[in-house]
Design a protein around this ligand. Sequence first.
Ligand code: NAP
Ligand code: GDD
Length: 346
Amino acid sequence: MPTAIITGITGQDGSYLAELLLAKGYTVHGLIRRASTFHTERIEHLYQDPHDPLARIVLHYGDLSDSSQLTNLFYEVRPDEVYHLGAQSHVRVSFDMPDYTGDITGLGAVRLLEAIRKSGVGCRIYQASSSEMYGDAPAPQNEQSRFQPRSPYAAAKLYAYWMVRNYREGYGLFACNGIMFNHESPRRGETFVTRKITRAVSAILAGRQKTLFLGNLEARRDWGFAPEYVEGMWLMLQQEAPCDLVFGTGETHSVREFVEEAFGYVNLDWREYVAEDPRYLRPTEVPLLLADPSEAKRRLGWEPGITFRDLVRIMMDADLEAAGLPAPGEGKRCLTDGRLAWLRKP
Ligand code: NAP
Ligand code: GDD
């Protein structure tokens, strides 16, 4: 059975992708950072005792800043596929830490590409490129749209994007860019706006928070459901030839609409709880992201099924449950890994 390396396995996408690959029979090797506390919460349910010779998930300490460890990893594991998801992935934070973001999000990809090239392992690689690279390019954005990055994060991702294309063309690597628009889930990092909102609504209901401070409410994003997007990553590496593809829903909504939907779900009037705080504004904002994902549909048959409303509700239900609160209405289901699964027991 195939072997894959996932960088960023402890992140939102890494955890869903690990689930998907294990279900498909892969052996999965994940790169994790050393930290003074455990931070493997998202993949805890997948843990297998490394003493078990049949264990199909193996974690390796390493860092995207350390090329020698990356090269060793390729010699040791000799993977068939690599999913490069590790990054400093927060756009607002990238303005505070531009050179760190350039190093990890940009150069990190190059270190990985070099490790593959030097080790001579004939594997395929997926690069987690981002719709953020389009910046303020006119919508809808597709594979032909111009990149106009408006953050250190976007510029770093764009560098990695072009290096992937260079290694594909120069060295014949099977290297793909998935240009993914925003995708969210109950596992989304707590400081991204969607999760910040759904957690806050639950905390307000539980009486633990009074106000939700947000930045720009008018920014628009094309928000999809993360488990459907990791399926797209896998499909990209199963093609006959490598290419670059856009993944998104083809719908755009403002942060304000997300707020209205989340508060409305539990019958709260958001205007009583939301306040604007300039500290969450960005020096340069990306005003409107809207995907044209028709090429991914044509080539891969990839099409997302979860709508904006469903996404808000899936996230709300999970955060209400985490806060020990009952969800409004029972029997909600969500699509994970192509199957219907209960979010909570019916
Ligand atoms: P995430 O939850 O922030 O996860 C990022 C992962 O990268 C974490 O596992 C993190 O490890 C790891 N990482 C950070 N710095 C590292 C370093 N120096 N060395 C090794 N690993 C490091 O991000 P995500 O939402 O799953 O996104 C996955 C990838 O897709 C990212 O590259 C992101 O930029 C890109 N992307 C995401 C979206 C989206 O909407 N989610 C859209 C387009 C592109 P720790 O757990 O130790 O922090
Ligand atoms: N995080 C955050 N916090 N964003 C806020 C807030 C707030 O309090 N208030 C308003 N926003 C606005 C941001 O200004 C932005 O326009 C929008 O909400 C979405 O912000 P994030 O959820 O932080 O995501 P992002 O779009 O900047 O970046 C995400 O998507 C990219 C793909 O387009 C990240 O996952 C990136 O890694 C990813 O590449």
